[in-house]
Design a protein around this ligand. Structure first.
Ligand code: SAM
Ligand code: SF4
Length: 340
Protein backbone atom coordinates (compact mmCIF):
# COMPACT_ATOMS: atom_id res chain seq x y z
CA UNK A 1 0.00 0.00 0.00
CA UNK A 2 1.24 3.48 -0.71
CA UNK A 3 0.75 6.03 2.20
CA UNK A 4 -2.17 6.59 4.52
CA UNK A 5 -5.64 6.39 3.02
CA UNK A 6 -7.44 9.75 3.23
CA UNK A 7 -10.40 9.48 5.56
CA UNK A 8 -13.59 11.36 5.94
CA UNK A 9 -14.29 10.35 9.47
CA UNK A 10 -16.90 11.52 11.87
CA UNK A 11 -18.59 14.08 9.63
CA UNK A 12 -21.67 12.10 8.71
CA UNK A 13 -24.87 13.13 10.50
CA UNK A 14 -26.81 10.32 12.07
CA UNK A 15 -30.47 10.62 11.25
CA UNK A 16 -32.06 7.30 12.18
CA UNK A 17 -30.04 5.49 14.79
CA UNK A 18 -30.14 1.76 15.43
CA UNK A 19 -31.40 0.95 18.92
CA UNK A 20 -32.38 -2.38 20.40
CA UNK A 21 -35.57 -3.07 22.38
CA UNK A 22 -33.88 -1.86 25.59
CA UNK A 23 -32.81 1.51 24.14
CA UNK A 24 -29.13 0.58 23.72
CA UNK A 25 -27.76 2.43 20.69
CA UNK A 26 -25.69 0.18 18.46
CA UNK A 27 -22.52 1.81 17.19
CA UNK A 28 -19.92 -0.97 17.30
CA UNK A 29 -19.59 -3.94 14.95
CA UNK A 30 -17.16 -6.81 15.36
CA UNK A 31 -16.48 -8.38 12.00
CA UNK A 32 -15.15 -11.92 11.77
CA UNK A 33 -13.27 -12.39 8.50
CA UNK A 34 -12.45 -16.07 8.95
CA UNK A 35 -13.25 -18.95 11.31
CA UNK A 36 -9.80 -20.50 10.78
CA UNK A 37 -6.78 -20.10 13.01
CA UNK A 38 -3.07 -20.93 13.18
CA UNK A 39 -3.41 -21.52 16.96
CA UNK A 40 -5.50 -24.03 18.85
CA UNK A 41 -5.83 -22.23 22.19
CA UNK A 42 -6.86 -24.56 25.01
CA UNK A 43 -9.95 -22.46 25.77
CA UNK A 44 -11.05 -21.92 22.20
CA UNK A 45 -10.44 -24.69 19.67
CA UNK A 46 -9.87 -28.44 19.67
CA UNK A 47 -6.46 -29.55 18.44
CA UNK A 48 -8.05 -31.10 15.37
CA UNK A 49 -9.67 -27.76 14.48
CA UNK A 50 -13.36 -27.21 13.84
CA UNK A 51 -15.69 -27.85 10.94
CA UNK A 52 -14.46 -24.91 8.79
CA UNK A 53 -16.90 -22.88 6.74
CA UNK A 54 -16.74 -23.55 2.99
CA UNK A 55 -15.02 -20.69 1.13
CA UNK A 56 -18.17 -19.86 -0.85
CA UNK A 57 -20.05 -19.16 2.39
CA UNK A 58 -17.50 -16.60 3.56
CA UNK A 59 -18.25 -12.96 2.81
CA UNK A 60 -15.95 -11.27 0.32
CA UNK A 61 -14.29 -7.99 1.32
CA UNK A 62 -16.70 -6.13 -0.96
CA UNK A 63 -19.67 -7.80 0.76
CA UNK A 64 -18.36 -6.87 4.21
CA UNK A 65 -17.82 -3.29 3.07
CA UNK A 66 -21.36 -3.16 1.66
CA UNK A 67 -22.83 -4.18 5.03
CA UNK A 68 -20.77 -1.49 6.76
CA UNK A 69 -21.82 1.09 4.13
CA UNK A 70 -25.47 0.33 4.94
CA UNK A 71 -24.95 0.36 8.71
CA UNK A 72 -22.86 3.55 8.91
CA UNK A 73 -25.76 5.94 8.14
CA UNK A 74 -27.67 4.27 11.00
CA UNK A 75 -25.02 5.20 13.55
CA UNK A 76 -22.28 2.59 13.22
CA UNK A 77 -19.01 4.25 14.27
CA UNK A 78 -16.50 1.65 15.37
CA UNK A 79 -15.29 -1.59 13.83
CA UNK A 80 -13.20 -4.45 15.13
CA UNK A 81 -11.77 -7.01 12.73
CA UNK A 82 -11.56 -10.43 14.34
CA UNK A 83 -11.93 -14.14 13.66
CA UNK A 84 -10.68 -16.93 13.99
CA UNK A 85 -7.33 -15.36 13.25
CA UNK A 86 -8.03 -12.40 10.94
CA UNK A 87 -4.43 -12.04 9.75
CA UNK A 88 -4.74 -15.41 7.98
CA UNK A 89 -7.11 -13.84 5.48
CA UNK A 90 -5.00 -12.73 2.47
CA UNK A 91 -4.55 -8.99 1.85
CA UNK A 92 -6.35 -7.90 4.98
CA UNK A 93 -5.03 -4.40 4.30
CA UNK A 94 -7.38 -4.18 1.30
CA UNK A 95 -10.39 -4.68 3.58
CA UNK A 96 -9.07 -2.16 6.12
CA UNK A 97 -8.59 0.37 3.31
CA UNK A 98 -12.16 -0.16 2.07
CA UNK A 99 -13.66 0.17 5.55
CA UNK A 100 -11.60 3.17 6.57
CA UNK A 101 -12.91 5.19 3.63
CA UNK A 102 -16.58 4.68 4.58
CA UNK A 103 -18.00 7.99 5.87
CA UNK A 104 -18.95 7.82 9.54
CA UNK A 105 -16.46 5.11 10.54
CA UNK A 106 -14.24 6.68 13.18
CA UNK A 107 -12.22 3.82 14.59
CA UNK A 108 -10.96 0.47 13.28
CA UNK A 109 -9.24 -2.03 15.52
CA UNK A 110 -7.93 -5.56 15.08
CA UNK A 111 -8.03 -8.57 17.42
CA UNK A 112 -5.16 -10.92 16.67
CA UNK A 113 -3.01 -13.59 18.23
CA UNK A 114 -0.08 -11.44 17.06
CA UNK A 115 1.84 -14.13 15.18
CA UNK A 116 1.78 -12.20 11.89
CA UNK A 117 1.93 -8.68 13.40
CA UNK A 118 5.68 -8.16 12.84
CA UNK A 119 5.23 -8.70 9.10
CA UNK A 120 1.83 -6.96 8.70
CA UNK A 121 1.67 -4.08 11.20
CA UNK A 122 3.07 -1.41 8.83
CA UNK A 123 0.79 -2.24 5.90
CA UNK A 124 -2.31 -2.49 8.13
CA UNK A 125 -1.55 0.88 9.69
CA UNK A 126 -0.97 2.41 6.26
CA UNK A 127 -4.33 1.05 5.11
CA UNK A 128 -6.15 2.77 7.97
CA UNK A 129 -6.03 0.46 11.00
CA UNK A 130 -6.04 2.51 14.20
CA UNK A 131 -5.21 0.06 16.95
CA UNK A 132 -4.71 -3.51 17.95
CA UNK A 133 -5.73 -5.94 20.70
CA UNK A 134 -3.24 -8.76 20.85
CA UNK A 135 -3.87 -11.99 22.74
CA UNK A 136 -0.95 -13.41 24.72
CA UNK A 137 -1.45 -15.95 27.46
CA UNK A 138 2.17 -16.48 28.41
CA UNK A 139 5.58 -14.84 28.02
CA UNK A 140 7.37 -18.21 28.16
CA UNK A 141 8.05 -19.91 24.82
CA UNK A 142 7.34 -23.45 26.06
CA UNK A 143 4.09 -22.38 27.65
CA UNK A 144 2.99 -20.39 24.61
CA UNK A 145 3.39 -23.62 22.66
CA UNK A 146 1.45 -25.67 25.19
CA UNK A 147 -1.46 -23.21 25.49
CA UNK A 148 -1.68 -22.48 21.75
CA UNK A 149 -0.89 -26.11 20.92
CA UNK A 150 1.15 -24.91 17.97
CA UNK A 151 4.88 -24.64 17.50
CA UNK A 152 5.11 -21.19 15.93
CA UNK A 153 7.92 -19.41 17.79
CA UNK A 154 5.66 -16.54 18.76
CA UNK A 155 7.31 -13.72 20.69
CA UNK A 156 4.56 -11.49 22.18
CA UNK A 157 6.97 -8.71 23.13
CA UNK A 158 8.34 -8.51 19.57
CA UNK A 159 4.81 -8.53 18.16
CA UNK A 160 3.58 -5.74 20.45
CA UNK A 161 6.72 -3.73 19.72
CA UNK A 162 6.14 -4.11 15.95
CA UNK A 163 2.59 -2.83 16.36
CA UNK A 164 3.78 0.09 18.45
CA UNK A 165 6.55 0.97 15.99
CA UNK A 166 3.99 0.94 13.18
CA UNK A 167 2.07 3.66 15.04
CA UNK A 168 -0.90 1.54 16.14
CA UNK A 169 -2.23 2.99 19.39
CA UNK A 170 -3.24 2.10 21.98
CA UNK A 171 -1.73 -1.39 22.16
CA UNK A 172 -3.80 -3.72 24.32
CA UNK A 173 -2.61 -7.16 25.35
CA UNK A 174 -5.32 -9.62 26.40
CA UNK A 175 -4.44 -12.46 28.77
CA UNK A 176 -6.98 -15.20 29.50
CA UNK A 177 -6.14 -16.25 33.05
CA UNK A 178 -6.32 -19.99 33.81
CA UNK A 179 -5.68 -21.35 37.29
CA UNK A 180 -2.65 -23.60 37.45
CA UNK A 181 -1.81 -22.89 33.80
CA UNK A 182 -0.70 -19.25 33.54
CA UNK A 183 -1.94 -17.46 36.69
CA UNK A 184 1.66 -17.39 37.98
CA UNK A 185 2.47 -14.96 35.13
CA UNK A 186 -0.02 -12.25 36.17
CA UNK A 187 2.76 -10.23 37.79
CA UNK A 188 5.14 -10.61 34.80
CA UNK A 189 2.45 -9.36 32.44
CA UNK A 190 1.48 -6.55 34.80
CA UNK A 191 5.09 -5.33 35.06
CA UNK A 192 5.16 -4.81 31.28
CA UNK A 193 2.94 -1.77 31.84
CA UNK A 194 5.60 -0.02 33.90
CA UNK A 195 8.02 0.64 31.02
CA UNK A 196 5.72 0.22 28.03
CA UNK A 197 2.70 2.25 27.14
CA UNK A 198 0.78 -0.98 26.72
CA UNK A 199 -2.48 -1.90 28.41
CA UNK A 200 -2.51 -5.45 29.71
CA UNK A 201 -6.03 -6.75 30.32
CA UNK A 202 -6.69 -9.92 32.26
CA UNK A 203 -9.79 -11.79 31.08
CA UNK A 204 -11.83 -14.28 33.08
CA UNK A 205 -11.97 -17.62 31.31
CA UNK A 206 -15.44 -18.23 29.86
CA UNK A 207 -17.10 -21.64 29.47
CA UNK A 208 -17.50 -21.48 25.70
CA UNK A 209 -16.34 -23.70 22.85
CA UNK A 210 -14.65 -27.04 23.19
CA UNK A 211 -12.60 -26.58 26.40
CA UNK A 212 -12.11 -30.32 26.80
CA UNK A 213 -9.07 -29.77 28.99
CA UNK A 214 -10.55 -27.05 31.23
CA UNK A 215 -13.12 -26.99 34.02
CA UNK A 216 -14.82 -24.36 36.19
CA UNK A 217 -11.86 -24.73 38.59
CA UNK A 218 -9.62 -23.11 35.97
CA UNK A 219 -11.61 -19.85 36.15
CA UNK A 220 -9.84 -17.19 38.23
CA UNK A 221 -12.35 -14.52 39.33
CA UNK A 222 -11.43 -10.89 38.65
CA UNK A 223 -11.28 -10.11 42.40
CA UNK A 224 -8.52 -12.67 42.83
CA UNK A 225 -6.60 -11.28 39.84
CA UNK A 226 -6.83 -7.80 41.37
CA UNK A 227 -5.41 -9.09 44.67
CA UNK A 228 -2.43 -10.48 42.76
CA UNK A 229 -1.95 -7.15 40.98
CA UNK A 230 -1.97 -5.31 44.30
CA UNK A 231 0.83 -7.58 45.46
CA UNK A 232 3.01 -6.41 42.54
CA UNK A 233 2.73 -2.77 43.65
CA UNK A 234 0.00 -0.43 44.84
CA UNK A 235 -2.33 0.40 41.95
CA UNK A 236 -5.05 3.01 41.60
CA UNK A 237 -8.23 2.88 39.54
CA UNK A 238 -7.62 4.74 36.28
CA UNK A 239 -9.57 6.05 33.35
CA UNK A 240 -8.96 3.68 30.46
CA UNK A 241 -7.20 4.64 27.24
CA UNK A 242 -9.12 7.31 25.37
CA UNK A 243 -10.28 4.96 22.63
CA UNK A 244 -12.23 1.73 22.75
CA UNK A 245 -12.58 1.10 26.45
CA UNK A 246 -15.34 -1.45 26.18
CA UNK A 247 -16.03 -3.45 29.32
CA UNK A 248 -12.57 -3.32 30.98
CA UNK A 249 -11.91 -1.73 34.41
CA UNK A 250 -8.46 -0.12 34.51
CA UNK A 251 -5.80 0.41 37.17
CA UNK A 252 -2.35 2.00 37.04
CA UNK A 253 0.79 1.34 39.06
CA UNK A 254 2.35 4.52 40.35
CA UNK A 255 4.54 6.05 37.59
CA UNK A 256 3.67 3.33 35.06
CA UNK A 257 3.37 4.24 31.37
CA UNK A 258 0.60 1.73 30.66
CA UNK A 259 -2.35 0.32 32.57
CA UNK A 260 -3.63 -3.02 33.72
CA UNK A 261 -7.27 -3.92 33.14
CA UNK A 262 -9.80 -6.53 34.19
CA UNK A 263 -12.45 -7.99 31.91
CA UNK A 264 -14.81 -10.02 34.05
CA UNK A 265 -17.67 -11.49 32.02
CA UNK A 266 -18.16 -14.21 34.64
CA UNK A 267 -18.27 -12.14 37.83
CA UNK A 268 -19.87 -8.96 36.39
CA UNK A 269 -22.04 -8.45 33.36
CA UNK A 270 -21.76 -5.36 31.19
CA UNK A 271 -24.95 -6.06 29.35
CA UNK A 272 -26.75 -2.83 30.32
CA UNK A 273 -24.26 -0.76 28.31
CA UNK A 274 -23.61 -3.24 25.49
CA UNK A 275 -23.50 -1.29 22.22
CA UNK A 276 -22.07 -4.03 20.01
CA UNK A 277 -23.19 -6.55 17.47
CA UNK A 278 -21.21 -9.17 15.57
CA UNK A 279 -20.97 -10.23 11.96
CA UNK A 280 -19.88 -13.85 11.50
CA UNK A 281 -17.54 -14.80 8.65
CA UNK A 282 -20.52 -16.30 6.78
CA UNK A 283 -22.58 -13.15 7.07
CA UNK A 284 -24.85 -13.65 10.08
CA UNK A 285 -25.57 -10.75 12.38
CA UNK A 286 -25.40 -11.81 16.04
CA UNK A 287 -26.59 -9.45 18.71
CA UNK A 288 -25.18 -11.30 21.72
CA UNK A 289 -21.91 -13.21 21.92
CA UNK A 290 -23.52 -15.87 24.08
CA UNK A 291 -26.94 -16.28 22.51
CA UNK A 292 -27.93 -18.36 19.52
CA UNK A 293 -30.03 -15.67 17.81
CA UNK A 294 -28.62 -14.54 14.49
CA UNK A 295 -30.02 -13.06 11.30
CA UNK A 296 -28.70 -14.07 7.89
CA UNK A 297 -27.48 -11.00 5.98
CA UNK A 298 -25.63 -12.91 3.26
CA UNK A 299 -28.73 -14.12 1.41
CA UNK A 300 -30.43 -10.71 1.10
CA UNK A 301 -27.06 -9.11 0.34
CA UNK A 302 -26.40 -11.53 -2.52
CA UNK A 303 -29.97 -10.96 -3.77
CA UNK A 304 -29.35 -7.20 -3.84
CA UNK A 305 -31.99 -6.39 -1.18
CA UNK A 306 -31.65 -3.43 1.21
CA UNK A 307 -30.32 -4.64 4.55
CA UNK A 308 -31.84 -2.19 7.00
CA UNK A 309 -34.98 -4.32 7.71
CA UNK A 310 -32.69 -7.26 8.50
CA UNK A 311 -30.56 -5.14 10.87
CA UNK A 312 -33.71 -4.02 12.68
CA UNK A 313 -35.04 -7.57 12.89
CA UNK A 314 -31.74 -8.72 14.41
CA UNK A 315 -31.75 -5.91 16.96
CA UNK A 316 -35.25 -6.72 18.10
CA UNK A 317 -33.82 -10.04 19.34
CA UNK A 318 -30.86 -8.58 21.27
CA UNK A 319 -31.31 -10.04 24.76
CA UNK A 320 -31.29 -7.86 27.86
CA UNK A 321 -28.39 -9.83 29.31
CA UNK A 322 -26.45 -13.05 28.93
CA UNK A 323 -26.68 -16.06 31.25
CA UNK A 324 -23.11 -17.30 31.11
CA UNK A 325 -23.06 -18.46 34.69
CA UNK A 326 -25.84 -20.92 34.01
CA UNK A 327 -24.07 -22.39 30.96
CA UNK A 328 -22.55 -25.85 30.82
CA UNK A 329 -18.98 -26.10 29.53
CA UNK A 330 -19.23 -27.00 25.85
CA UNK A 331 -22.78 -25.65 25.58
CA UNK A 332 -21.82 -22.57 23.55
CA UNK A 333 -19.99 -22.16 20.28
CA UNK A 334 -16.32 -21.16 20.38
CA UNK A 335 -15.62 -17.43 20.15
CA UNK A 336 -13.62 -18.17 16.99
CA UNK A 337 -16.90 -19.25 15.35
CA UNK A 338 -18.98 -16.28 16.38
CA UNK A 339 -16.53 -13.39 16.06
CA UNK A 340 -15.36 -13.14 19.68
N1 SAM B 1 -7.56 -14.93 17.10
C1 SAM B 1 -7.71 -13.63 17.65
C2 SAM B 1 -7.20 -13.57 19.07
O1 SAM B 1 -6.96 -14.61 19.66
O2 SAM B 1 -7.07 -12.45 19.58
C3 SAM B 1 -9.11 -13.09 17.57
C4 SAM B 1 -10.25 -14.04 17.87
S1 SAM B 1 -10.30 -14.64 19.55
C5 SAM B 1 -11.71 -15.68 19.47
C6 SAM B 1 -10.83 -13.17 20.41
C7 SAM B 1 -10.59 -13.16 21.91
O3 SAM B 1 -11.40 -14.14 22.51
C8 SAM B 1 -9.17 -13.46 22.33
O4 SAM B 1 -8.70 -12.41 23.18
C9 SAM B 1 -9.29 -14.73 23.11
O5 SAM B 1 -8.34 -14.81 24.15
C10 SAM B 1 -10.71 -14.63 23.63
N2 SAM B 1 -11.29 -15.91 24.01
C11 SAM B 1 -11.52 -16.99 23.21
N3 SAM B 1 -12.08 -18.01 23.92
C12 SAM B 1 -12.19 -17.56 25.20
C13 SAM B 1 -12.67 -18.13 26.42
N4 SAM B 1 -13.14 -19.38 26.46
N5 SAM B 1 -12.63 -17.38 27.54
C14 SAM B 1 -12.14 -16.11 27.52
N6 SAM B 1 -11.68 -15.51 26.40
C15 SAM B 1 -11.69 -16.23 25.26
FE1 SF4 C 1 -7.21 -18.80 17.44
FE2 SF4 C 1 -7.82 -16.60 18.81
FE3 SF4 C 1 -9.17 -18.91 19.24
FE4 SF4 C 1 -6.64 -18.72 20.02
S1 SF4 C 1 -8.37 -17.49 20.78
S2 SF4 C 1 -7.55 -20.45 18.86
S3 SF4 C 1 -5.75 -17.43 18.49
S4 SF4 C 1 -9.18 -17.70 17.40
Amino acid sequence: MGGPVPRERGHQRVSITLCDSYGRRIEYLRISVTDRCNFRCLYCMPVAGLQWLPKSDILSYEEIAQIVRELAPLGLRRLRITGGEPTLRPELDLLIGMLSSIPGIEDISLSTNGVRLPELADSLKAAGLDRVNMSADSLRPDRIRSISRRNLDFDPIAAATAAENAGLSPIKINVVVMRGINDDEISDFARLTVDHQWHVRFIELMPVGDMRELTWEHIVPGGEILQQLEMVAPCEPALGPSRGNGPARYFRFSGARGMVGLITPMSHTYCDTCNRVRLTADGRLRTCLFGEDEVDLRTPLREGLPLEPFFRRALSTKPKEHHLLQMQIGGLRALSQVGG
